[in-house]
Write a protein that binds this ligand. Structure first.
Ligand code: CP
Ligand code: NVA
Length: 335
């Protein structure tokens, strides 16, 4: 297994063994952090964090992970740099790559990350695009492993917008890891056919069942993991009304979970619209009379909910990715 110098762009670039290694290494790094044992694998490095979308978890995880690894992280948001406005992706990639030791991008276009992978000459870490959210997958599957002890026999059911970056990434990750993934959504928000086909081909090697179902009650029947994401992703804010109409039957609430026939855990990549305490939540309540969208507090605050453990695991998994792709390193033998 060789990670040194590689990009972390899309999940499809990695084997099951490599993804398992990253999850186990993240569990190891979590223990080091808890015991306050130093792990400065990126001593003296400087990494760039480029964002054209907002973030709490991803930005925090990269920043704290860099610090824990002995590196300095420099955040550059939309409006801070020429990139994305005055300077092409290729020129920006060459310049950033000539100064920084590694680069995280959270940008709308997947092509931008692909261009950086081609021209920067240093490891590129994909912190989310409109198409994919690969680092999120490591935290999600690490959390499932922590809770259940193993990924074997797990059945993940995602309810909501089946065409977004998280839904698509879950299908590919599940297929590679041998975890069955059901996407429950209306036909209009079904996964892109090419992603479903790609996931089903990958799943042939692992036996995972990757499918789309319209009926949410049928979908959750054999779930061991219930997963949802916002109904309106960043950049789609004009679509609140339409999405609410389409996705209300897919809301995760106590009524829905009555149809689960096995014990389940609840996951959410966050941020979540589970109450009206936020500015957007208050607007939604005022406009549509809704207290919550994709998940109700009766599930979000229940003992089955692990979304905050999942959020913390963004730190440990992102740290694992940074350390193995750019560390002054060896890959530690975890056996
Ligand atoms: N889950 C996630 O990516 O969160 P942020 O948008 O806060 O980074
Ligand atoms: N699908 C969401 C994920 C946020 C972490 C978005 O793209 O906004």
């Amino acid at each position: 297994m060789t990670f040194q110098g590689r990009n972390f762009n899309v999940i499809q670039d990695f084997t099951q063994a490599e993804l398992n290694y990253l999850i186990d290494f993240a569990i190891h790094l979590k223990q080091l952090k808890q015991k306050r044992i130093p792990h400065h694998y990126l001593e003296g490095q400087t990494i760039a964090l480029l964002f054209d979308k907002t973030s709490t978890r991803t930005r925090s995880a990269f920043t704290v992970a860099a610090q824990d690894l002995g590196a300095h992280a420099e955040f550059m948001g939309a409006g801070d740099v020429q990139f994305g406005k005055k300077e092409s992706d290729k020129d920006s990639a060459i310049v950033f790559g000539s100064m920084f030791d590694g680069i995280q991008l959270r940008v709308s276009k997947q092509e931008t990350v692909d261009t950086f992978c081609e021209y920067a000459g240093v490891p590129i870490w994909n912190g989310m695009t409109n198409d994919w959210h690969p680092t999120q997958m490591l935290a999600d599957f690490m959390t499932i492993k922590e809770v259940y002890g193993s990924l074997a026999e797990q059945s993940l059911v995602y309810l909501g917008d089946g065409r977004n970056n998280v839904a698509h990434s879950l299908m590919i990750m599940g297929a590679i890891m041998g975890v069955s993934v059901t996407i429950a959504s209306p036909e209009a928000l079904a996964p892109a056919s090419e992603v479903l086909a790609e996931a089903q081909v990958l799943a042939q090697a692992t036996g995972a069942k990757i499918r789309h179902l319209e009926n949410p009650l049928e979908a959750v029947a054999d779930a061991s993991v219930l997963y949802t994401d916002v109904w309106v992703s960043m950049g789609e804010e004009a679509q609140f009304q339409e999405r609410i109409q389409q996705l209300m039957p897919y809301q995760v609430n106590q009524e829905l979970v009555q149809h689960c026939q096995k014990p389940y855990i609840f996951l959410h990549c966050l941020p979540a619209f589970h109450d009206s305490s936020t500015q957007i939540g208050a607007e939604i309540k005022h406009k549509y009379g809704l207290e919550a969208m994709e998940v109700m507090d009766d599930v979000f605050e229940s003992p089955e909910a692990y979304q905050f453990q999942q959020a913390e695991n963004r730190l440990h998994t992102i740290k694992a990715v940074m350390a193995v792709t750019n560390g002054n390193l060896f890959i530690p033998d975890l056996a």
